[in-house]
Design a protein. Structure first.
Ligand SMILES: NC(=O)c1ccc[n+]([C@@H]2O[C@H](COP(=O)([O-])OP(=O)(O)OC[C@H]3O[C@@H](n4cnc5c(N)ncnc54)[C@H](O)[C@@H]3O)[C@@H](O)[C@H]2O)c1
Length: 382
């Protein structure tokens, strides 16, 4: 066993710092070797949190050339995930990379090939996979509480300030982030794929930008300011921080999708970035029962089909937008880094989630039902 594991950090923004702090807390043998981020504000914030003495590599290839770096943690904009992951594998490093895997399917496939050739570990930041809430749901489904899944609905509807943050940030432009579905909802799509345990076969979708447009900018004044004097829709701190209504953007703020899986299971998904009642809810119907769950409230309810059955509540002890997943992700990532414990979620899940998002967005853009199996054939999964 090594005395210490060296970590290089590529992307020291909000999420980069958040996860790094949790990971470092797990074990003193985990040490940061150097930082890379083009924005001096993120470097300054990382220096404040992790120590002003930490070296900064203005070129991340210099970080990758450091022999003390064993693991690279990538939390840059989504458009950089591919080149940084490929360079890290080429330098013999293990990689943690934030979701989504990449912003095109060709990039995802290239990453998968590089990963397989590298013999290195790869962990993807699908935080919800680590949440006790979703792990409990998977356990209930595998235990047959609903019988065989027949159909389900799921959603991710966002608080107005969260929506405003997305629409004023780098995430509003596909060239940096990919689509809204890919950037924000790839978690939910991943969970759906995991629960169904089959690949989507056909998908359809409608969506558009109907609220965060210049003519609706008056909603900021209508709602006024929060207790800290910050304007409605602009309360979340971020590095970019444009006006979410007037900033140029090419993502949608509402979208619905229909999926049919290879095993016949059908689902509908709904996202909206200006929700009066924010939800991350699932309602799964099977041959013998149903599950209804909302991670924001922590509620999980089940009911078997039958004359004398009752609605039962299951406690997973988790209720926030990530369902307590952040801390467990950090713990399990530390175990992978230190002891080589195989990760529960890796590049292949990132590829299937991203591919599902690309298929759904192809359906939205083309107005057609899309045969998603074309993606899986390209990936050699069918
Ligand atoms: N797992 C989760 O739940 C979760 C939550 C939020 C964000 N994320 C992901 O984390 C990543 C970062 O998001 P964030 O919320 O921290 O955004 P952020 O804007 O707070 O930070 C992004 C950082 O990346 C830096 N950056 C930009 N170009 C770069 C480059 N070429 N190389 C290195 N750094 C670069 C920016 O300067 C910034 O400091 C994204 O991929 C996002 O999708 C994951």
């Amino acid at each position: 066993m090594k005395n210490s594991i060296g970590i290089g950090v590529i992307g020291c923004g909000g999420m980069g710092r958040n996860l790094l702090e949790r990971v470092l807390r797990q074990d003193p043998r985990l040490k940061v070797i150097s930082l890379h981020d083009p924005d001096p504000r993120s470097i300054a914030a990382a220096h404040e949190k992790f120590g002003a003495e930490l070296p900064v590599d203005t070129d991340y290839h210099a970080m990758l050339a450091r022999p003390e770096v064993d693991w690279v943690m990538i939390a840059s904009w989504n458009c950089f995930h591919k080149e940084q992951t490929l360079a890290a594998f080429a330098a013999g490093k293990h990689v943690f990379c934030q979701k989504p895997l990449a912003i095109t399917f060709a990039d995802c496939l290239e990453m998968e090939r590089a990963w397989k050739a590298s013999g290195r570990q790869f962990v993807i930041g699908f935080t919800l996979r680590f949440s006790p809430h979703y792990r409990k749901l998977k356990e209930l489904l595998d235990a047959g509480v609903v019988g065989r899944i027949v159909s389900f609905e799921f959603n991710e509807t966002l608080n107005f300030n969260h929506g405003g943050y997305i629409m004023g940030d780098w995430r509003r432009l596909r060239q940096f982030a990919g689509t809204h579905l890919l950037e924000k909802c790839c978690h939910d799509i991943d969970l759906a794929n995991w629960f169904v345990a089959s690949l989507p076969a056909r998908v359809a979708s409608f969506g558009g930008l109907n609220f965060f447009t210049a003519e609706n900018a008056g909603h900021i004044g209508r709602l006024g300011q929060n207790g800290e004097g910050r304007d409605a829709y602009r309360t979340w701190r971020c590095l970019v921080g444009e006006n979410p209504f007037t900033a140029d953007k090419d993502i949608v703020d509402n979208q619905v999708a229909i999926l049919e899986y290879g095993n016949g299971v059908r689902a509908t998904f709904h996202t909206n970035c200006n929700a009066g009642i924010p939800e991350r809810r699932l309602y799964i119907l099977g041959t013998e029962g149903a599950i209804r769950a909302n991670v924001l409230t922590g509620d999980i309810e089940t009911q078997r089909i039958g004359f004398d059955t009752k609605l039962e509540r299951v406690d997973s002890g988790a209720n926030d937008s990530h369902g307590g997943g952040d801390e467990i992700l950090a713990r399990e990532l530390a175990a992978t880094m230190l002891d080589g414990v195989p990760p529960t979620v890796s590049l292949d899940a990132g590829l299937v989630s991203a591919g599902t998002c690309f298929a759904i967005d192809e359906a939205l853009d083309s107005g057609r039902v899309v045969d998603a199996t074309a993606y899986w054939r390209q990936a050699g999964l069918l």
